[in-house]
Ligand binder design. Structure first.
Ligand SMILES: *Cc1c(COP(=O)(O)O)cnc(C)c1O
Length: 381
């Protein structure tokens, strides 16, 4: 008999999720096909109300993507040329791209070696660096809730208050996470999230949302997402963008939001199992105190000197897919190198060489999770 290998485990299984919610999904999409208001239809307002309630935010504004949500939030503050925007070096590219698109300068901050979240002490140092150089004006902090866990918002907010800076929460990976018993979405002056299909709450295309406690800010966000319109469509108050949300995406998100709490619980159960089986062989992610994670990404750190390529290849051979978030910190990216002032960011650089993400999604069953752990222990052993 030949050695038949078990089928590969999917890194993400959107088909299994679709089968679970098929009836509600079909009903909601059919409703959009019936009314034909494809952009900013009634589903968008319904979704905004449901999302605001879910995370306890006063206002939610649905937009076209997480990137556009970040951009609208910075545009509303008038951030642009000559302004410094502080953000972690270890995050997805969009966080740094948006200030640059607006003519502002990203100032990269290092992260904590075990939670991967922005390091508040280094943030203070970086603000002091920028003030001492006297070229850029410190304006904003983008705190990223990386991989599902919250950034250290109590510390970031205290620094922002002391320094007079605007805070923007990049919640693209962590919608559904919480800090000190409160769902994320209200920690900063404005919060931006993404509904890209692979995020914990994902649409069937691009989508995003903004949250804020300020009615005034929410009104500006609504105006900016529709070309800066005023009270009538053809009154243009400010330079905006086309940042609207599709009705079909809102319909899909409403169907998914209904099962989101149980999916978050399933994700946490898998993460806890990984922690217990893998904690001695690799560095499992350190939990941010008093928080829950949305577990967008479960990332382990291999021991010093481990050959990550070999570990990945061995896992692939056992049908276990892995991914690297992120193989390069942003200050090392060709597009952003010139914007970087040269400050050392050693933790971000080290993480990029050792980090490895394992599959984690709500349709991963116990057998698959055990198989992944067996394969990891064998590959690093
Ligand atoms: C996905 C992501 C974004 C961008 O969201 P899109 O909806 O893809 O535009 C921004 N920031 C972070 C941290 C992300 O992971």
């Amino acid at each position: 008999m030949t050695d038949t290998k078990p089928a590969p485990i999917p890194f993400l299984d959107l088909k299994a999720q679709q089968a679970r919610i098929a009836v509600d999904l079909r009903r909601r999409i059919d409703a959009v096909l019936a009314h034909c208001q494809f952009v900013m239809g009634p589903e968008v307002a319904e979704l905004e109300a449901a999302l605001a309630k879910f995370c306890g935010a006063a206002h939610c504004v649905g937009v076209s993507s997480g990137t556009d949500a970040l951009q609208i939030a910075l545009m509303a503050e008038g951030i642009g040329r000559g302004d410094a925007v502080f953000l972690p070096a270890f995050t997805y590219t969009a966080t740094a791209e948006v200030p640059l698109v607006l003519g502002a300068t990203p100032v990269f901050v290092d992260v904590h070696p075990r939670t991967f979240q922005m390091d508040p002490a280094h943030l203070e140092q970086r603000i002091a660096d920028v003030r001492a150089a006297g070229i850029l004006k410190p304006r904003a902090i983008i705190g990223v809730d990386l991989f599902g866990q919250p950034a250290d918002w109590p510390a970031l907010s205290a620094i922002a208050a002391r320094e007079g800076l605007f805070t923007l929460d990049d919640l693209a990976q962590s919608f559904g996470g919480s800090l000190h018993g409160k769902m994320l979405g209200t920690q900063a002056d404005a919060t931006a999230t993404s509904f890209f299909p692979s995020k914990p709450l994902g649409a069937y295309g691009d989508g995003g949302a903004l949250f804020t406690e300020s009615a005034e800010r929410a009104a500006i966000f609504r105006s900016l997402r529709t070309h800066g319109e005023g009270t009538t469509r053809y009154e243009v108050l400010r330079t905006g963008m086309n940042g609207r949300l599709d009705s079909i995406q809102a319909a899909v998100l409403l169907a998914k939001l209904a099962v989101f709490p149980e999916e978050l619980a399933a994700r946490e159960k898998i993460a806890a199992y990984y922690d217990s089986r893998l904690g001695n062989a690799v560095m499992t992610p350190l939990r941010v105190p008093n928080s829950t994670s949305a577990w967008a990404i479960y990332a382990i750190l291999l021991k010093d000197g481990a050959d990550r390529d070999a570990v990945q290849a061995a896992l692939r051979d056992d049908g276990v897919p892995t991914a690297i978030y992120y193989p390069r910190p942003l200050h090392r990216q060709p597009a952003y190198r010139d914007a970087h002032d040269g400050a050392a960011l050693p933790v971000s650089e080290d993480l990029a060489t050792r980090i490895l993400a394992l599959p984690l999604h709500p349709d991963l069953d116990d057998v698959a999770v055990a198989r992944i752990c067996d394969a990891v222990l064998k590959a690093v052993g």
